[in-house]
Design a protein around this ligand. Structure first.
Ligand code: ATP
Length: 271
């Protein structure tokens, strides 16, 4: 099987008259977690939609550039073909099927996945190991789960498709800090088990604690890129994304990424 590195090159995306991304290039090398940071409206969700090919559902389209996984163009595939190629998105806001049971939500995640019943059973075991609460609450409607448990279910449902690359759109959104940290821990574990992750987050401290590399997106363009350690140390990121007065958050993030300092120097992005 070819390496599952994601390569986004010179991607330009619009919704009618709105230009949401312009000449965005980024890489997610196989086996890594790469974060995309940015404020409201920066284009983070649009990037996810462009990779998963769900842009058209939102009235958007790719106007230039390419998206490829392991050298294979994704931007010519349908959304279900992208899933078959191994790319599964967990959208912002979790979107579990509230009236369906937890178990049926997970089953839905396995629909269309190759490998048959045995592979689905192995995937379910893996999900239950990661999130025991999903086994305990298997028969309950998903809508009764807490926000954090619903995020676990959304992650678990995505894992049932046995992705090579997970697209995570703001998994910490609306969660209390402790639960957000549990989700971050789960993402680390999912990655350690061999799945690459493209993580989009407004919570820069959390994202930089999980990712090895990160990109900063501002008004549709990549403005900074580097290792998580380098970005955590950059004044611009500290002030704009880790909070000017919140040196504690910066220190926490710095501590969390101190082990991953081996990447090339932080560079200002030149498209
Ligand atoms: P947030 O963190 O607030 O979700 P974001 O970084 O994910 O923001 P996007 O949702 O990708 O940003 O939005 C990028 C730009 O595209 C914004 O100007 C937004 O208004 C616009 N946009 C997003 N979705 C649509 C749509 N369906 N139709 C028209 N414009 C859209």
């Amino acid at each position: 099987m070819a390496a599952a590195s994601l390569q986004v090159s010179e991607l330009t995306v619009g919704y009618g008259p709105v230009q949401a991304l312009e000449g965005v290039s980024l890489d997610v090398p196989e086996g890594t977690v790469v974060a995309v940071l940015g404020g409201n409206g920066a284009g983070k969700t649009t990037l996810m939609r462009a990779v998963s090919r769900t842009l058209a559902f939102q009235g958007g389209s790719i106007r230039g550039g390419t998206v490829a996984l392991g050298g294979r163009r994704l931007d010519r595939l349908s959304p279900d073909q992208v899933v078959k190629a191994g790319v599964v998105q967990v959208p912002e806001g979790r979107r579990v099927f509230a009236r369906m049971s937890v178990a049926d939500n997970l089953r839905a995640g396995a629909l269309g996945a190759s490998g048959g019943r045995r592979a689905a059973a192995a995937a379910l075991d893996r999900v239950h190991e990661l999130f025991p609460v999903l086994e305990e609450r298997a028969g309950q409607p998903a809508g009764l789960l807490s926000g954090g448990e619903q995020q676990m279910l959304a992650l678990g449902r995505a894992l049932m498709g046995r992705p090579r690359l997970l697209l995570l759109d703001e998994p910490s959104l609306g969660l209390a800090p402790l639960m957000a940290e549990r989700i971050a821990g789960a993402v680390r574990e999912i990655n350690a088990q061999g799945t690459s992750v493209l993580l989009v987050e407004q919570n820069a401290a959390l994202a930089l604690g999980v990712a090895s590399h990160a990109y900063v997106l501002e008004v549709g363009r990549v403005t900074l890129a580097g290792s998580a350690a380098e970005l955590t140390g950059s004044d611009e990121v500290r002030h704009r994304y880790l909070g000017v007065v919140d040196e504690t958050a910066a220190a926490d993030a710095e501590q969390a990424v101190s082990a991953s300092a081996s990447a090339p120097a932080l560079r200002r992005w030149v498209p």
